[in-house]
Design a protein around this ligand. Structure first.
Ligand code: ATP
Ligand code: MG
Length: 368
């Protein structure tokens, strides 16, 4: 009975790095170890080799999908690097081909000095498998893709490459404060920055309890990608944000149309204070150009400059469909779309506030 005994992990972008490459590789390795320790204990070793990480003594680890920086992985059979050993093993694979309509053998040599070429190996083992099973070879879109990898130390046999999120390992880029609402966008924006190695510190301005509960669930969803580390979450009440002036301003006809941009301005100001406190180097938002009244270029200019920190909004040019697709992939969509009452924006909010007018409003509202 055939059983896999290892997993091959491939990483994409890290392999393009120059001098820093080893630091990224070691971080990815330690993230894998942390994740596996939490999930299960039956792996023996994680081994770093040029361009690959091998996990020995394990059959399959679906949790690998959630480790950022991994491009793909394959549950595999690891054998000695010896062509006779491979010949001996191959007969055990006849049963795997049973019931399949077609197959092909693909070989990749990481060890370029191996005496047989990839084509030699593909031909030789294609023939053995065909003779043993009489299943036809089909090079294009076969039923079973029989893959052989000649590594530096071992040979691996596997059938599939399971695609992961790729990107860079968690915690290789530094810290950013993330303006985190209960909506669809900010969890996706936060995830995309995590995928570039960022450790986010979440800041939520609490308007309703329902939204706050959603935020806690969303935080948990993103923690799937942190290899066991809890994320920090700051919760600030709306009244605190507006120096307890929110209701009076909301009811004031003059200030009412400016509420959205005022609100975002105060959020960014507060986020800047928190960023200083936690030594973060910028702010993440789920802003998306022209999505709502507060997200025009003019308004964005007014509120994204107040903190003095750079603002990263990876969804700025996305179509909503693109954001929703990612939200579904990372499991935040179901939570973000749960019914809740967030803020009620003014009927005719200001869409293009100039800095000059906005500064006047700030003075008059005494919110500066
Ligand atoms: P999302 O954009 O996450 O779907 P939303 O639609 O409620 O939430 P927008 O009005 O689009 O929020 O605001 C743009 C961005 O401002 C959000 O993506 C988020 O980064 C930030 N933001 C909005 N509301 C809050 C909040 N209550 N707490 C923290 N940040 C917020
Ligand atoms: Mg939004």
């Amino acid at each position: 009975m055939l059983s896999f005994n290892s997993v091959i992990v491939r990483y994409g972008e890290i392999s393009l790095k120059g001098k820093n490459r080893i630091a990224f590789e070691l971080k990815l390795k330690s993230n894998i170890e942390k994740k596996l320790e939490i999930q299960r204990e039956d792996f023996s070793r994680v081994i770093l080799k040029r361009g690959r990480i091998y996990i020995k003594g394990i059959k399959d680890v679906p949790e690998l999908k959630n480790i950022l920086g991994i491009y793909s992985y394959s549950p595999a059979l690891e054998i000695k690097k010896d062509i006779e050993e491979l010949e001996k093993e191959i007969v055990n694979f006849f049963s795997v081909l049973k019931g399949k309509k077609s197959f092909r053998v693909r070989c990749q040599r990481i060890d370029k000095k191996f005496p047989l070429t990839s084509i030699d190996i593909e031909r030789k083992f294609g023939e053995i498998l065909f003779e043993g099973t009489k299943i036809p070879v089909k090079l294009n879109d076969p039923d079973l893709n029989f893959q052989i990898e000649i590594g530096e130390d071992n040979i691996y046999i596997f059938f599939e490459k399971i695609k992961c999120f790729a990107g860079l390992p968690y915690e290789t880029a530094g810290k950013l404060v993330s303006l985190f609402s209960a909506g669809i966008d900010s969890p996706v924006a936060t995830f995309l920055m995590m995928k570039r190695g960022v450790e986010p510190v979440l800041v939520h301005f609490k308007i309703t309890d329902k939204d706050y509960k959603k935020v806690l669930l969303l935080k948990e969803k993103l923690e799937v990608f942190t290899c066991g580390k809890k994320m920090k979450l700051y919760v600030i009440n709306r009244d605190e944000l507006f120096n307890e002036k929110f209701s009076s301003l909301y009811k004031n006809e003059k200030f009412y149309p400016y509420m959205c941009v005022l609100c975002k301005y105060l959020m960014h100001k507060k986020a800047g204070e928190i960023a200083k406190q936690v030594n973060a180097e910028g702010i993440i938002t789920g802003d998306n150009l022209a999505q709502v009244a507060s997200q025009t270029l003019r308004n964005l200019f007014v509120y994204t400059t107040v903190s003095g920190f750079p603002v990263y909004s990876p969804l700025i040019s996305f179509d909503k469909e693109e954001t929703i697709k990612i939200a579904k992939e990372i499991g935040t969509y179901e939570i973000s779309t749960m019914k809740s009452e967030g803020c009620i924006p003014p009927k005719h909010p200001k869409t293009g506030v100039s800095l000059e007018v906005f500064n006047r409003i700030l003075e008059e509202t005494e919110l500066k």
